[in-house]
Structures are given as structure tokens and as C-alpha cells.
Design a protein around this ligand. Structure first.
Ligand code: BES
Ligand code: ZN
Length: 460
């Protein structure tokens, strides 16, 4: 089977109205997995998606978990002589706050300048949608898929993938998820004109720490100078996480980090445009370890970041208080060979040891997270997708890494048993996880074309 890019463009144009309707419906579900208030919406989204995938011509199973269901679908009509590709997406999204910074409501998609604005527009509903549209058209045009297809679409990627992690320990589910290749379609390009496939992502471990001084909030005049202020304790403890040169100061943090292969060294040697970065994000690339380049710091070095600090009074006007408690959310990005179950506790223990006398430290939350992933750059699935991107862009396809994480990627790759590739059509300024997230209509079309072509190219 072989379609040309031109044919696919025409097919897309003829279907675009309906495709956008599907996409807008998908975006209207408030499938925020991290906040229990949205449980009915997440479940309704899973239900809608199940029906949608069924209508394309898949046998669909909704696997219950202790969290949100995993949607598994397969169509093996291509037969045993053809390879099997497992495609991963997620139907959950990040919370919308700060909600008043959105120009239009996050769950009422709207189009401005050819971009669709909504929570999940890119991450990951837009990317999931073009995958499904490619499959729908392949099936309609040829009556069957060129290769065997399995889909695994989870509802907890943005909150740690607990349900899918459980699922992956069940032998009967493991059997179903076996495939020759795994495509994780939740990634992006470095800029809109340069095709790229992603050969690795960082791992992650997240923790929360709270510090307590007094039983209740205290008057800062009566008690100031007597008690140890928990907010002061917390900022002091946190400040010890890094050295002056940007290195993480936690002993043992870098112990398991391994040398790069020569091939990986070539990949991280791509250039990084500091001025463009500054123009796009309004920030200088000055974080991280001074001894490494910006791309190295984002792709192949581990980090610790503070994601949020809370405590005391920060409302309007003044309030002279010494808070009883303060807390912080932290996450570490990990590189190959680092274990989230080692690094999380290591950082928590280090912080505990920094606490001054009179301050109690509690670690209410320290979750496993996920390991870093590396793809085999020479696998047939990497070659097929790279070729599909090149046909569309008429340019060499970059091989890149990504600093973000797909916590379940390593486990899913192991269970699948095949070669992994990560890819997608996100762009650095899509504002994923932020207000006014958006995704280009042109990229829905491009994603559709690349998915279609790659599937055709994988046919024996
Ligand atoms: N789609 C992202 C991963 C990503 C981030 C790809 C940036 C390309 C650029 C994914 O949905 C994500 O946000 N993962 C989280 C996982 C976390 C919540 C456990 C991440 O990386 O923070
Ligand atoms: Zn995300």
C-alpha cells in the first residue's frame, strides 16, 4: 500500500470538517486526572473514546484499574505475516489553573490564527486524534490496515500512570500488549519546519515535603524571635539542594549516571539558539549545571526542580503571622540508569537532614515515577517514521531527545517486547500544561499524513 502526500492532503481536506468536530468533542471533556473532582468527566471521556475507536473498526476493551480505565484496542486483520504496532496515547489532561489567564474557556475549544485553543489541544488529545483519523481513513480506503494495530490509551499519564502500571503486571494483559513496535505519540519537534523523531525521554520522580513548627499559626510579633519559622526553615533547606555552579548538591545524586555513547554525543551536539529561546519564553537559559550546554542540561543530565511552595499568608494586604506549616512540591528528572525509587528517597532524606532543631519534616508523598527511555536508533520503526517525516517536509529528519517524561514508557516497552519510538507534532510554544494551550490545524493534517505513511512503510 502506498499513498502520496498529495493524495493524503486531499483526503484530509475532504474530511476536515468532520475531523474537527470529533476533535472538539474530545476536547470538551474535562478529563483532569489529578483532581478527584473531575472523576465523572474523565470516565465520560473514556466512554466516548471507546465508542469512537470501536466505530473505526477495532475490537475495544476498557480495562478497569484502581484509577481510570485503560483503553485497549486491536485489529489484527493484516495477519501473521505483517508486523504489529502498539500505539500509546493518553486521554487525561493537566489542570487548567490559573484559569483566569485563559483567553477562552479551556474546555470550549476555539480557533484563532489556525490554532485550536483548549486544555489538551496538544497534550495529548490533538496527537491522539490524528492517530485515530489516520487509522479511520486507512480502514475506509483499503478495507483493512496495512499492518496489525494495537492501541493503548491511558487516563492517568498526567498523574503518574498508576492504573496502567498495575495493568502491566497482569499476565493476560501483558500478552495482549505484545507487539513488534511501540510508538509513543506524545512528543514534538524543535521547530515547525524541521522534522524530528525522539529517541529518548528523561525519567521522573516527584515528592512532597512538609515542615511543621508550632501547633497552630502564631502572632509574628509575640513569637517572632522565639520560634523557628517553618517557611524560613523550608527555604534554607531547599537552598542547599544546589551548589553555586548549578550542580545538584545531594550526595549520591549522580552516582548512577552513565557516560554517553558516541552516537548519543552526536545527537546532543545540535545547536541551541539562546536568543530564540529568550524571545519565545522571556527567560535566559541560565539554569542548571554550568559545565553543560543547554541541550545537554535538558536532555541528558538529571535535575531537581521546585514545582511549588506553600505556607503562610499571601492574600491581599498584610497579615502578621508565623505559619504553623509550610510545604513544597519537588520533582527530579532522571537519565538512563538512575532509579526513581532510589533518587526520590535520597533527596527526601537529604532534605530531612537539613531541618533545623524545632522543625519536623514529613514526607507525605514520594512516588516511584518512571525511568528514562532510550530507543534503538536503527530499528525499522524509527526508519519508517523518519522516512514518513522526510516525505512530508522534504528535509532530513532530526533525531532528538526530550527533557519531559512519559513515566510508564520503560515498563510499557518491556511488556510490549518490541522497539520503541517516540514522536509527535508538538512545538515548544504550544503552552502545554499552561494557560492557552494550543495546537495547529495544519499539524493535525501533518500528523495524519505521517501516521498514515509510516504504517504503510512498515508493511512487509
Ligand atoms: N506530553 C508530555 C511529555 C512532553 C513534555 C513531551 C514536553 C514533549 C515536551 C507528557 O504528557 C507529560 O507532561 N508528562 C509529565 C509526566 C508527569 C506528570 C509524571 C511530565 O513530563 O512532566
Ligand atoms: Zn503532559
Amino acid at each position: 500500500m502506498s499513498s502520496t502526500v498529495e493524495e493524503l492532503r486531499e483526503i484530509y481536506a475532504n474530511n476536515q470538517k468532520k475531523f474537527l468536530e470529533d476533535y472538539f468533542r474530545f476536547l470538551s471533556f474535562q478529563s483532569v486526572s489529578t483532581d478527584p473532582a473531575f472523576t465523572p468527566d474523565v470516565l465520560a471521556c473514556a466512554e466516548w473514546l471507546t465508542d469512537y475507536i470501536q466505530s473505526i473498526g477495532f475490537t475495544v476493551e476498557k480495562w478497569p484499574t484502581s484509577g481510570y480505565p485503560v483503553i485497549f484496542a486491536q485489529n489484527l486483520e493484516a495477519g501473521p505475516d505483517q508486523p504489529t504496532l502498539l500505539i500509546y496515547n493518553h486521554y487525561d489532561v493537566q489542570p487548567v489553573d490559573p484559569v483566569n489567564e485563559w483567553s477562552t474557556p479551556p474546555f470550549q475549544p476555539s480557533i484563532r490564527n489556525g490554532e485550536v485553543y483548549a486544555r489538551g489541544a496538544e497534550d495529548n488529545k490533538g496527537q491522539c486524534m490524528y492517530v485515530l483519523h489516520a487509522l479511520k481513513v486507512l480502514k475506509e480506503r483499503k478495507g483493512r490496515f496495512p499492518i496489525n494495530i494495537k492501541l493503548c490509551i491511558e487516563g492517568e499519564e498526567e498523574s503518574g500512570s498508576r492504573g496502567l502500571a498495575e495493568t502491566l503486571t497482569d499476565p493476560s494483559r501483558q500478552e495482549k500488549l505484545k507487539a513488534d513496535y511501540l510508538a509513543i505519540v506524545d512528543m514534538g519537534l524543535r521547530d515547525k519546519d524541521t522534522p524530528a523523531v525522539t529517541l529518548g525521554v528523561r525519567g521522573i520522580t516527584a515528592l512532597e515535603i512538609s515542615v511543621q513548627g508550632s501547633k497552630t499559626d502564631l502572632h509574628s510579633g509575640s513569637h517572632g524571635g522565639i520560634v523557628y519559622n517553618p517557611l524560613r526553615a523550608l527555604v534554607q533547606m531547599l537552598s542547599r539542594l544546589w551548589k553555586e555552579n548549578g550542580e545538584v548538591a545531594v550526595p549520591g545524586f549522580y552516582d548512577d549516571v552513565v557516560e554517553l555513547s558516541p552516537q548519543e554525543k552526536d545527537l546532543v551536539a545540535l545547536d541551541f539558539d539562546s536568543e530564540k529561546y529568550q524571545a519565545m519564553f522571556g527567560a535566559l537559559p541560565t539554569g542548571g549545571e554550568r559545565a553543560f550546554s543547554a541541550l545537554e542540561r535538558a536532555w541528558i543530565r538529571p535535575t531537581i526542580e521546585i514545582n511549588g511552595i506553600g505556607g503562610g499568608y499571601s492574600g491581599p494586604g498584610m497579615k502578621t503571622v508565623i505559619p504553623a506549616k509550610a510545604s513544597v512540591k519537588i520533582s527530579c528528572r532522571l537519565v538512563p540508569n538512575q532509579d526513581p525509587d532510589v533518587i526520590g528517597p535520597l533527596v527526601a532524606q537529604f532534605l530531612k537532614e537539613q531541618a533545623p532543631e524545632g522543625i519536623q519534616v514529613v514526607v507525605p508523598f514520594s512516588r516511584g515515577g518512571g525511568k528514562a527511555v532510550r530507543a534503538n536508533p536503527n530499528s525499522p520503526v524509527v526508519k519508517a517514521f523518519a522516512q514518513a517525516y522526510e516525505e512530508l517536509f522534504h528535509k532530513p529528519c532530526e533525531r532528538i531527545f526530550e527533557g519531559g517524561s512519559i513515566p510508564i514508557a520503560t515498563q510499557l516497552t518491556e511488556v510490549c517486547g518490541g522497539d520503541v519510538i517516540l514522536l509527535g507534532f508538538g512545538l515548544p510554544d504550544d503552552q502545554i500544561h499552561a494557560p492557552n494551550e494550543h495546537f495547529g490545524i495544519d499539524r493535525l493534517e501533518k500528523g495524519f499524513i505521517v501516521m498514515t505513511r509510516a504504517l504503510e512503510l512498515l508493511e512487509n
